[in-house]
Every structure is written in structure tokens, then in C-alpha cells.
Design a protein around this ligand. Structure first.
Ligand code: LLP
Length: 431
């Protein structure tokens, strides 16, 4: 099995953290997202402990909540002692409603509107990650009017290409995010920030991409960022106490993907940072990291009910499920790989090669192509693994399909953490 919390019971059913998936579905219906909360917590602890062990005091992982944003996940992040990365006032609002201490929140985004800036300051968001000169002026002005000094990191692009999918590759010079070191624009942003009365510049941020398996791109980025940090000290007398290396560590979606040792990766980056700081003769900054996918992706499984099976002789076979691109748009967007299983017949011979299709009126509404499972029957339960990141958070109501429910498993118990959308939810804003 793909992960160690997945097993098959003596009825031939898939179990997740000991729970029979057919029983979960009997209680909550489908499509159902099943989140193993204990697995998320364990991964949070790996990050918290590794950062504490291998980086200077003040180092902290921030949960990149764009991966999966709902109230309970912010409560979880709070109790695990993490910070959070938020990118919209919607995420700030959700975190605030969940009681997350917003002084541990870092506000990202390449276009914070005046309304966003005011909202974040009003709610006491601890840090802004400033993207550009215009935004810097706006943050400074708003902070001045409120009589505060806003703590700030600057988003920089170190020019690293980590070879992930083009759409999730963000550290290159031509990215829409941040200011490039290579063009001199990063330095310009530093000089402007240092001249401002109402912001307190603490350091720099970079995020090079997502679903990265190897530690080397992070090390390459860290070297460039530390070199920049040293240059700014030499040229402008500002020695940044904080460096945020962003998110991006990958997760295996199939059994051909490498398994990642997060602790070992962090340790390697820690050594590299310490050595580089020594070479550059700068005090080692506190290191922040922003894992999203690697905290939640492999803790969640989506369960669907099989509808029709279609055999097109000489071409291909389809199996249709009661969800699709509305709850998981990642195959349609990125041709993302997923592992699929027939959850109520795990021990039946896998003899049917098919494309798993969603229910939307759109040919591209597919979950995966060319998977081999037992020949499905109407009413069977189809499981798609590794759906915790960028599934629910990117879900839509296309075709007026309601978003699924999510149930959390912890300590042998299950509980609803996101209600299934109702038909009335769908028309709530219609006039
Ligand atoms: N920090 C920043 C500034 C980010 O932009 C992101 C992700 C993260 C942290 C978290 O990265 P992670 O650890 O999750 O790789 N929708 C795409 C992924 C987009 C990632 C956007 N930024 C997908 O489904 O693959």
C-alpha cells in the first residue's frame, strides 16, 4: 500500500487509520474526503522538531494554508505550535474564526488590495510578505495611518528552476511573484523598505516551486538568499535576522515516486545554511519554512461511488464517479498522477484498465487515465489517494455540483470537519 496508515481488512475493504472505508461512507455519504488527522499532526511535529534542532532559535514552520484551508486545520496548526502562511482575507478570516493566534500569521500574495492590507492590520496579522514597490508604499502608508510599525519580509526571486510543473514553478526571474535578485530590483525593494518609517524590515522570503523531491534546489536557493543577505549587510548595513525558504517539499502520489525523508532533508539544508553563514561571516538567521502539500496531501483520501462503466471496444474504458474536477481539478490542470483503488474490493483481481471520469459536462473532467482496477460495478467505492493538498482548496461548484464533506480521523474516532454543501448553499448568493 502507498502509505502505512492504509490496510485491507478481512472483508477485503480498504481501511484508513483502522477505519473501514465502507462504514465511513455509510455514515457520511460520497464523495467523502477522509483526513487522517494524526498523520497531519505527526508531519507537523517532524517539521517543528527538525527546524528546532537544525536551525537557530526563532526558526519555525508555517503551514501554507492554501493547500487546505478550513477552520479545524488552523486549530490543528495552532496546537502543534506552527505559524501559518495566508494569502487572502478569506484565509485570514477562517484562521481568525478558528481562534488561530494571528501574530503567527504571514500574509502573502502578489496583489494585496488596500482592503486586504487594512483587514490584515485590523486583525493583527503578525507579518506581511511584501511583493513589490507599490505594495510597500501602500503598507507603509496604511501602517502610518494606524500608528503601527508593520513587521515585514520581502519576497524575492532567486532565479532557481526546480524542474517541477511550469504552473507551480515560482522562483524564476520571470515569475509574477516578488523581486528578482539578478535584476537589481530586490535591492531596490530593500533600500525602499529601509527608508520607510512605518515598516520594520526583518528579512527575505523565497518560494521556488512545489512538489520538489530533492533537497538540492532548496540548498541552491538558500545560498543565493544568504549571499544577498550578506551583500545587503555590506552595502546598506542591514543584516536580516530572518530568512523564509518557502514551501515545496514533495509527496509521493504513486509508488514510483520517491519517498521523502523530511527530517533528513531539513537537516541537510540546516548544515548548508550554517556552513554558508560561516563562509559569508554573517550571523545565521532564523529560518522559516512553509510546507503545504507535505503536511496534508498524503493524509487524505477521497472516496467516490462508482456510477457507470463504459467499454468502447478498440479504444478505451471509462468508469464514472460521483465527483471529479469539481473536487479534484489537478488532473485537468496539471495531468497530476494519482493512485486509485476499488475500496470495497481490494482483493479482487485488477483486470480492468480504465480512465476514471468525473460527472461534469466536460471531456477533460478526468481524475486519472490508464489505471487498472477490478472491473467496477455500479455502487462500488472508488478511492483516490493523496488528495489532501490543493483539492478541496481548489474545488469549485462547476455544473452546480456541491463540494464534498470531509471527515477527520483521530485516536480511533471519526468526526465531520467540513459539512457537505447543500443545494441551498449553492443558491445562497443568487438574487
Ligand atoms: N509558500 C508559498 C509562498 C507558496 O506560494 C506555496 C505554494 C507554498 C508556500 C506551499 O508550497 P507546497 O509546500 O504546498 O508545495 N495548486 C498547485 C500548487 C500551487 C502551489 C502554490 N504555492 C498544485 O495543485 O500542485
Amino acid at each position: 500500500m502507498l502509505y502505512d496508515n492504509l490496510t485491507i481488512n478481512d472483508r477485503g475493504h480498504l481501511t484508513i487509520a483502522g477505519h473501514d472505508t465502507t462504514e465511513l461512507v455509510r455514515e457520511y455519504g460520497t464523495p467523502l474526503m477522509v483526513l487522517d488527522e494524526d498523520r497531519v499532526r505527526a508531519r507537523c511535529r517532524t517539521y517543528v522538531e527538525a527546524l528546532r534542532e537544525h536551525f537557530p532559535a526563532g526558526s519555525l514552520p508555517l503551514y501554507a494554508s492554501k493547500a487546505l484551508s478550513f477552520k479545524e486545520i488552523y486549530r490543528l496548526a495552532a496546537t502543534e505550535g506552527m505559524g501559518i502562511d495566508v494569502v487572502s482575507i478569506g484565509e485570514i478570516h477562517t484562521a481568525q474564526q478558528a481562534g488561530f493566534p494571528l501574530e503567527r500569521a504571514y500574509f502573502h500574495g502578489n496583489n494585496k488590495t488596500d482592503e486586504d492590507i487594512a483587514f490584515a492590520m485590523e486583525h493583527g496579522v503578525g507579518y506581511f510578505v511584501c511583493d513589490n514597490l507599490d505594495e510597500l508604499d501602500a503598507i507603509d502608508a496604511k501602517a502610518g495611518r494606524r500608528g503601527i510599525r508593520q513587521k515585514l519580509l520581502l519576497r524575492l526571486t532567486p532565479g532557481i528552476d526546480p524542474h517541477t510543473h511550469e504552473k507551480i514553478n515560482t522562483g524564476r526571474i520571470d515569475s509574477k511573484f516578488g523581486a528578482a535578485i539578478e535584476t537589481g530590483q530586490a535591492e531596490e525593494l530593500v533600500v525602499r523598505a529601509l527608508s520607510k518609517q512605518n515598516v520594520e524590515l526583518l528579512g527575505y522570503h523565497c518560494h521556488i516551486g512545489s512538489q520538489i523531491f530533492d533537497h538540492t534546489p532548496f540548498c541552491d536557493a538558500a545560498i543565493l538568499m544568504l549571499q544577498f543577505l550578506a551583500d545587503m549587510r555590506d552595502r546598506h548595513g542591514f543584516c536580516a535576522p530572518v530568512l523564509n525558504l518557502g514551501g515545496g517539499m514533495g509527496v509521493p502520489y504513486t509508488d514510483t515516486d520517491p519517498v521523502i525523508d523530511y527530517k533528513a532533508n531539513i537537516e541537510k539544508i540546516g548544515k548548508l545554511v550554517a556552513d554558508t553563514c560561516k563562509k559569508l561571516n554573517i550571523p545565521a538567521p532564523a529560518i522559516l519554512m512553509e510546507p503545504g502539500r507535505s503536511l496534508v496531501a498524503d493524509a487524505c483520501t477521497t472516496l467516490y461511488t462508482v456510477g457507470g462503466t463504459k467499454v468502447i471496444p478498440g479504444f478505451k474504458n471509462y468508469v464514472s464517479v460521483d465527483g471529479g474536477m469539481t473536487d479534484n481539478p489537478r488532473y485537468a490542470l496539471y495531468q497530476a498522477a494519482y493512485t486509485v483503488a476499488l475500496a470495497n474490493r481490494m482483493q479482487d483481481p485488477a483486470d480492468f484498465c480504465c480512465t476514471v471520469a468525473g460527472r461534469c459536462c466536460e471531456s477533460g473532467d478526468l481524475i486519472q487515465e490508464d489505471v487498472t482496477i477490478p472491473t467496477p460495478r455500479r455502487g462500488d467505492l472508488l478511492a483516490v489517494f493523496t488528495t489532501g493538498a490543493y483539492n478541496y482548496s481548489m474545488a469549485s461548484n462547476y455544473n452546480r455540483v456541491p463540494r464534498p464533506a470531509m471527515v477527520a480521523l483521530s485516536d480511533g474516532q471519526h468526526r465531520l470537519v467540513i459539512r457537505r454543501e447543500s443545494l441551498d448553499d449553492l443558491t445562497r448568493n443568487d438574487v
